[in-house]
Design a protein around this ligand. Structure first.
Ligand code: SF4
Ligand code: SF4
Length: 268
């Protein structure tokens, strides 16, 4: 793998390679360049918590023609597909290289363990929503109790923006979560549930279920469950499978950009 990356850099197929390197004892994202090919020998090929796709998006925003190689993991292709169809990255300029697999925590998120948790029938949190609950498990509660449980979770938020900052498919230059017309800026905690509903709506058709936001959340809010529910609605209504294919238009419900097949909704 390392020889292949060196070859890509030497031949000009890529300008940089995004991967991980241990710095001061911690594996951190690193951009390997052609000026120091020996540096590639320090590349760590396993995954880590940082979404390299997000770093690539930021680099391309600064330098649109840059050619980037990068280590990818299980969820990366879904993230790349979303970023391609939203024109944030050009597939012609990205060369993915499969890494050694997910780290243990991400692996836990990338498999179906949350569904098993749902089947267990056990609900551990007395007031809020379980972090690993399935949609089905969350929906065993009547609407009012569900609402109260979610509100309990939302009021724990300290508005650190960790969920937004780590998300590989959050790329807006002006973020609604900092817009005073939508969110009460300057207030802590953020007004519940506005902050979370604004983000959930923006994740419709974008969230690739990587679980990084939930990992980052210091308040243990089951963010992944929230966005999974939003995307389940999108799939049900619009037949849209986020990140699964490249031949989909960006999911949007604004004006003429509705190009999706609407499924008929059963009469009440
Ligand atoms: S799971 Fe969280 S971090 Fe991952 S894509 Fe969805 S919203 Fe973003
Ligand atoms: S990471 Fe958690 S605490 Fe921080 S803003 Fe997001 S939901 Fe709130």
């Amino acid at each position: 793998m390392k020889n292949k990356i060196k070859e890509w850099l030497k031949s000009g197929q890529i300008d940089i390679f995004l991967g991980y390197k241990t710095l001061q004892g911690h594996p951190l994202p690193h951009a390997f360049g052609k000026d120091n090919l020996e540096d590639i020998d320090t590349l760590i090929t396993g995954s880590n918590y940082y979404p390299l796709e997000k770093i690539a998006t930021k680099l391309v925003a600064e330098k649109p023609d840059i050619k980037i190689g990068m280590i990818t993991q299980d969820h990366s292709q879904r993230a790349l597909n979303v970023l391609y169809i939203w024109n944030q990255l050009d597939p012609e300029n990205i060369k993915p290289l499969k890494g050694d697999g997910c780290s243990s925590n991400l692996k836990e998120h990338a498999d179906d363990s949350h569904r098993e948790a749902g089947k267990s029938g056990q609900f551990k949190k007395q007031f809020g929503m379980n972090t690993h609950a399935s949609i089905e498990e969350a929906e065993i509660f009547a609407q009012q109790e569900r609402f109260q449980r979610w509100m309990y979770e939302f009021q724990k938020c300290i508005k650190c923006y960790g969920c937004r900052n780590i998300c590989p498919v959050c790329f807006c230059k002006q973020c609604s979560l900092e817009h005073s017309n939508l969110i009460g800026t300057g207030s802590l905690p953020p007004e519940a549930p506005i902050y979370h509903l604004v983000r959930a709506v923006h994740m419709a058709g974008r969230c690739i279920d990587c679980g990084l936001c939930e990992e980052a959340c210091p308040a243990d809010i089951p963010l992944r469950l929230l966005y999974r529910k939003v995307n389940a609605i999108v799939t049900e209504l619009f037949d849209y499978e986020t990140g699964s294919r490249l031949d989909q238009s960006p999911f949007s419900i604004i004006g003429e950009s509705i190009t999706l097949k609407l499924k008929p909704i059963a009469a009440a």
